[in-house]
Design a protein around this ligand. Structure first.
Ligand code: SER
Length: 318
């Protein structure tokens, strides 16, 4: 990776991935792609180049790729699971028509492409415990439909045209910088804000609802490490299971309570979120990622909780 374009640079993952890539590859080598109305601000804006990169308009992507001699694209444009259920046509337009545009640009200019898949690419008929790398993927959400299609289309472009596509199935991602929006796993971010603000948290899914989750630094490492991996070792491409922790609302509540003893939590179940969460794995088996490119997470629930609380206390006191 020499010159990189991050599409969706102002989103939850994009805002931190862009800064991490700039740290590793040099500010001038990482372009923050955005859509009008979601312009980069602060450090993201000041630390390096930026440009309009709208996946629904392939020309905007091609222009940046040409201008900055981009060789690697991180395509993070997507709607999350809950919001995609209320806007399925838009989810498809961004997730799949948009991906098509990105892959066509990559084919033309010889770029490698990373487009995340998700735990949402699985469905009720998937084995939920130690979900294998290669297994049944029959999701019932539009988010899941777009993610399975993302995996297939990305593999297709690799096999048919030799485009270097690679991807991981991200768990729910927890971070303190930019909020996620409209996902089923968002509660695992919101709960930390409640703990630091001293308010009671209301969980939207039942106790016993386990999902894979991951702290942002591990997610960023995964995305970068996979794109740097030796292609010869990759038996899979789109997309690798990666895992670091799995918990239910009780588990994360108890982890926070260790540091915030008077923190309170209740439940008010959101039927859509519950149905989506029930269709996703409890925990994935990430052996292939470990074997093929050396994936290894650094944060477990306790280490993440300690760091999240520390960082959020500073952020919310400003
Ligand atoms: N975080 C996503 C969601 O909840 C799952 O990948 O929609």
């Amino acid at each position: 990776m020499k010159n990189i374009l991050v599409i969706g640079s102002t989103g939850q993952i994009g805002s931190e991935l862009t800064m991490e890539l700039r740290k590793r590859y040099g500010n001038e080598h990482v372009v923050a792609g955005y859509i009008p109305g979601a312009e980069p601000k602060g450090d993201l804006k000041d630390s390096g180049p930026m440009g309009i990169a709208d996946v629904t308009d392939g020309e905007t992507i091609g222009k940046i790729v040409k201008e900055y001699k981009v060789d690697t694209i991180y395509n993070l444009a997507a709607l999350l699971s809950v919001v995609a259920e209320s806007k399925p046509a838009l989810a498809w337009k961004i997730g799949i028509d948009g991906l098509w545009n990105v892959l066509e640009v990559a084919r033309t200019y010889g770029c490698a492409v990373f487009t995340p898949s998700s735990i949402g690419s699985f469905g009720v008929s998937t084995p939920h415990v130690k979900t294998p790398q290669d297994t049944i993927q029959r999701p019932s959400t539009m988010y899941g439909v777009t993610k399975v299609t993302t995996e297939l289309l990305s593999d297709y472009y690799y096999v048919k045209y030799g485009v270097d596509t690679r991807s991981v199935r991200f768990p729910g991602i927890i971070s303190y910088k930019t909020l996620p929006g409209g996902g089923t796993t968002d509660y695992a971010v919101d709960i930390y804000y409640a703990a630091v603000r001293g308010t009671k948290f209301v969980a939207p899914v039942k106790a016993g609802t386990y999902m894979d989750m991951m702290y942002m630094p591990d997610a960023l490492n995964a995305a970068i490490q996979l794109m740097e991996a030796d292609a010869v070792r990759l038996k899979h491409r789109n997309a690798f299971n990666i895992a670091s922790m799995s918990f239910d609302p009780e588990g994360i509540y108890q982890a926070i309570k260790k540091y915030v003893p008077d923190f309170e939590m209740g439940y008010d179940i959101d039927p859509l979120k519950q149905a989506i969460a029930d269709s996703w794995p409890d925990c994935m088996d990430d052996t292939c990622a470990r074997e093929e490119w050396g994936w290894k997470p650094h944060y477990d629930l306790d280490a993440m909780t300690k760091d999240m609380l520390e960082k959020l206390r500073v952020k919310l006191s400003k």
